[in-house]
Write a protein that binds this ligand. Structure first.
Ligand code: AHM
Ligand code: MG
Length: 334
């Protein structure tokens, strides 16, 4: 067997991508991998443990029922960020407000992390893939003070790194620091993420579309037209229409499209005029990965990473995936 490159080795080798690197980002990425192993372990045995599976009994700021695993994952990540020293504050989908870290140690950290601790959590109870999504920014507030709201509300184009962990048939960590996208599979026998998907590229087009089609009559009619025209017809040179594939876990739908080519759409609807997905915790990090892999992420009109966020839990309509497919869909919205 060829020698495996562990995530840790890979991160250390890449430190030179940042000429003035002090190693903090490398340590932060390692911390994330540690928390994700803890969460992966809990996800893997959730069905056996009453204290892990099921609803927590609270709703989060989005009005959604929190699952016990949402809270477990949130705490696991916050705990490594608080104790790592690289992060001065975080914002997470599961917390009403952002969290500045108060200790002297953390106040010296130069990064903030924004994350969705467990995306697709309505799928936990039915043993379907879920994931963690994260986004890292350099703070804009002064080092040595607690993080501020301005640190959190930065355009996606300012991300230093972003990634996700997919708790699927295997656990995978995929991330970018702006120098391409690489994927690592957790080998449970040694407890290490190992490089399995180097230099990931999203095919420029694909044959799969992902959308909650229950919403088809409550969104822009252009989307129905796009789906009927491109996805549900036998196009020239093809033997059958595209396949509809909607897992209902953004991370899992995105990961499949990243590898096989495809489009994911969560548009504005009459029920959710701003769409459902959160700019800071879901859309920006995946947009960064998509662009780094040659794909595209827009609101249907504008580039996601150019949006100047106005509030923490802001939602946007989201079109992400293979470049040509996203462009085609956008043409129907004009
Ligand atoms: P969550 O972060 O609370 O799980 O919400 C995000 C999820 C996405 O993973 C998924 O694509 C979408 O919401 C599903 O929404 P819907 O049930 O409306 O199709
Ligand atoms: Mg989510």
């Amino acid at each position: 067997m060829a020698k495996l490159t562990t995530l840790h080795e890979f991160i250390m080798d890449r430190q030179g991508d940042f000429p003035y690197a002090t190693g903090e980002l490398s340590r932060l990425l390692s911390d994330i991998s540690v928390a994700s192993k803890v969460v992966s372990n809990d996800v893997r045995r959730a069905g056996l443990m009453d204290d892990i599976i099921g609803a927590q009994g609270n709703t989060n700021i989005q009005g959604e029922e929190q699952q016990k695993l949402d809270v477990i994952a949130d705490n696991a990540f916050i705990s490594v960020f608080k104790t790592g020293g690289e992060v001065c504050g975080i914002a997470s989908e599961e917390n009403d407000d952002f969290m500045p870290f108060e200790s002297e140690f953390s106040k010296g950290g130069k990064y903030v992390v924004l994350f969705d601790p467990l995306d697709g959590s309505s799928n936990i109870d039915v043993n379907v893939s879920i994931g963690t999504i994260f986004s890292i920014y350099r703070r804009v507030s002064e080092k040595g003070s607690p993080a501020t709201l301005a640190d959190m509300l930065q355009e996606g184009a300012k991300q230093i790194a972003a990634g996700y962990v997919l708790y699927g048939s295997s656990t995978m960590l995929v991330y970018t620091t702006g120098f391409g996208v690489n994927g690592f599979t957790l080998d449970p026998s040694i407890g290490e993420f190992c490089l399995s998907h180097p230099k990931m590229q999203m095919p420029t087009t694909g044959r799969m579309y992902a959308m909650n089609e229950g919403n088809i009559n409550i969104c822009d009619p252009g989307i129905k037209e796009y789906i009927e025209t491109y996805c549900q017809q036998i196009l020239e040179g093809a033997s059958k229409p595209y396949s509809g594939r909607y897992i209902g876990s953004l991370v899992a739908d995105f990961h499949r499209n990243l590898i096989k080519g495809g489009i994911y759409i969560y548009p504005s609807t009459t029920v959710d005029p701003d769409g459902r997905l959160r700019l800071l915790y879901e859309c920006n990090p995946l947009a960064f990965i998509a662009e780094q892999a040659g794909g595209l992420a827009t609101t249907g009109h504008d580039r996601v990473m150019d949006i100047v966020p106005k509030e923490l839990h802001e939602r946007i309509p989201f079109f992400i995936g293979s470049k040509e497919m996203v462009e085609q869909a956008m043409n129907f919205l004009k």
